[in-house]
Design a protein around this ligand. Structure first.
Ligand SMILES: Nc1ncnc2c1ncn2[C@@H]1O[C@H](COP(=O)(O)OP(=O)(O)OP(=O)(O)O)[C@@H](O)[C@H]1O
Ligand SMILES: [Mg+2]
Length: 384
C-alpha cells in the first residue's frame, strides 16, 4: 500500500467530528488525501480534511454517493447507513471496518448475542420489545430489580441507558426495544483499544481506567496505565484481542469492560473506530490510536503501543447552564502547568456537557498527573 502515500489515493471518512479531525490530522502526516462527509460545514474536520463533502451519515443516498468518490472508506461514527456500505462493497469499494461488524455493533441486542455465541464474557441479559414487556416480566416475577435497560439502537454517550433500582423507576423506562442487563457490581471500568490489520496481526494499547461523571454519565477522567494488577491488565488485553478476532475487525476496536468485585472481566460494549479512551495515545504512547487505525486499514505493520509517560485524559465539557457561541475561560492558567496538552475540537456552539475538547496531562508520577488534572478541571470553564 506504499503507493497511497503522496498520491491521488483518497481516504474517505464518514463523519467529521473530533475523531474524524484527529484521524485526518494523522493521515496528513503521511500526505494521504482525506475526504470527510458531514452535514455540518463547520464540523471539527472541516479544516483538517483535504475536502469536506456535505452529507448525512444516516442517509443511504449520501453515503453511497460519498463512497463512490473514494478508494477506501472508514468511519468515525458507527451509526452510519450500513445498507449503503453493503452496496458500496458490491461495487468494489474497500471498507474498514466491515459493514457486517457495524451491523452487529449498531444494535446492542445483536452485540450481546454475539458475545454469547462467541463465548465472550458479558453481563447476563434479556431482550424486550417494549417498556410494557419489561414491566410484564417484572410483574410475573421473571425479572428482578435492579437492572440496566439499554436502548438497542441509537444509544451514545450514556443516552439510551437507564438504571432501574426501584418500583417507581419502572414508570420511567425507555420506551424502546431494549436490552435489559443484570446490574454488575463494578469495581472498575476499563477500556482496551485493540487494533487488527488484514493479516490478522493484533496489538493492544495498555488498558485505561475510566471514571465517570455521574450527572452527565460521561467519562471525565481517564487514567493510563490503569491501576490494576499485571494479571488483570494481561487478561483485559487477551479479552480485547479475542473480541477483535471474533468480529474480524480491521482497524481499531475499542473494548469497554467492567471489572466486577470478584475480579471478573466482562465486555460492556465495543466501538469499531478510534475512541474517547484512546485520545492520550497521541502524546503518551509510541503510536497514536489514529495512526494505528490508518496502519491497519492500509495494511501496514502495526506500531508499538509502549507507554512513553503516564497520563490522565480529561474531556473538556460544556459547562451546565451555558449554551451558545463558545468561550474558553482559564486556558492561560492551565497552559502554564507542565505536561498539559489541549485539543480544542472547534465546535462553534457549546451546550451543557457537550464534548468540546480534551486535555492530556502527562507526568512521570501518575499521582501528580491526577492533581494537575483536577486543577485543569476546576480552572478551565467552557461557557457561552
Ligand atoms: N450492566 C451494567 N451494570 C452496571 N453498570 C452499567 C451496566 N451497563 C452499563 N453501566 C453503566 O452505564 C454506562 C454506560 O453504558 P454503555 O457504555 O452501555 O452506554 P453508552 O451510552 O453506549 O455509553 P458511551 O457511549 O458513553 O460509551 C457504563 O459505562 C456503566 O457505568
Ligand atoms: Mg459505553
Amino acid at each position: 500500500m506504499e503507493q497511497l502515500v503522496s498520491s491521488d489515493f483518497k481516504l474517505g471518512v464518514v463523519a467529521g467530528g473530533q475523531l474524524g479531525k484527529m484521524l485526518t490530522l494523522a493521515a496528513s502526516n503521511w500526505d494521504v488525501k482525506t475526504f470527510v462527509m458531514d452535514s455540518d460545514p463547520n464540523c471539527p474536520s472541516a479544516h483538517t480534511s483535504s475536502e469536506l463533502v456535505i452529507g448525512d451519515f444516516r442517509s443511504f443516498d449520501d453515503v453511497l454517493a460519498f463512497g463512490r468518490k473514494v478508494d477506501l472508506l472508514t468511519i468515525e461514527i458507527e451509526h452510519v447507513n450500513v445498507d449503503a456500505l453493503d452496496q458500496l462493497l458490491k461495487e468494489g469499494v474497500c471498507i474498514s471496518p466491515h459493514p457486517e461488524a457495524l451491523r452487529i455493533i449498531q444494535d446492542k441486542g445483536l452485540q450481546k448475542q454475539f458475545y454469547q455465541e462467541n463465548d465472550l464474557p458479558s453481563a447476563a441479559f434479556r431482550l424486550f420489545e417494549s417498556a410494557d414487556a419489561i414491566r410484564a416480566a417484572y410483574a410475573e416475577g421473571s425479572l428482578e430489580l435492579p437492572f440496566v435497560q439499554k436502548s438497542r439502537t441509537e444509544g451514545y454517550d450514556g443516552r439510551g441507558v437507564f438504571v432501574a433500582k426501584t418500583q417507581e423507576d419502572l414508570d420511567r423506562l425507555l420506551p424502546t426495544a431494549s436490552v435489559v442487563e443484570a446490574m454488575v457490581n463494578l469495581s472498575k471500568e476499563l477500556a482496551v483499544v485493540v487494533c487488527r490489520n488484514p493479516s490478522g496481526e493484533t496489538k493492544c494499547f495498555p488498558p485505561v481506567e475510566m471514571q465517570f461523571n455521574p450527572e452527565a454519565n460521561l467519562v471525565e477522567f481517564l487514567m493510563c496505565p490503569a491501576d490494576v494488577s499485571e494479571a488483570i491488565a494481561k487478561a483485559s488485553e487477551s479479552l480485547a484481542e479475542k473480541v477483535a478476532e471474533s468480529m474480524k475487525v480491521v482497524g481499531i476496536l475499542a473494548v469497554e469492560m467492567f471489572l466486577d468485585e470478584e475480579g471478573t472481566l466482562l465486555v460492556n460494549e465495543v466501538a469499531p473506530r478510534p475512541h474517547n479512551s484512546g485520545h492520550h495515545t497521541i502524546e503518551t504512547l509510541y503510536t497514536s490510536q489514529y495512526e494505528q487505525h490508518l496502519r491497519a486499514i492500509f495494511g501496514f505493520p502495526l506500531g508499538s503501543t509502549r507507554i512513553k509517560v503516564p497520563s490522565i485524559m480529561i474531556n473538556i465539557l460544556g459547562e451546565p447552564g451555558y449554551a451558545g457561541p463558545v468561550k474558553y475561560q482559564g486556558l492561560t492558567e492551565c497552559m502554564a502547568v507542565e505536561g498539559v496538552k489541549f485539543h480544542i475540537y472547534g465546535k462553534k456552539e457549546t451546550r451543557p456537557f457537550r464534548k468540546m475538547g480534551h486535555a492530556t496531562i502527562m507526568d512521570p508520577d501518575i499521582h501528580r498527573a491526577v492533581e494537575k488534572a483536577r486543577y485543569v478541571q476546576q480552572t478551565l470553564k467552557v461557557i457561552a
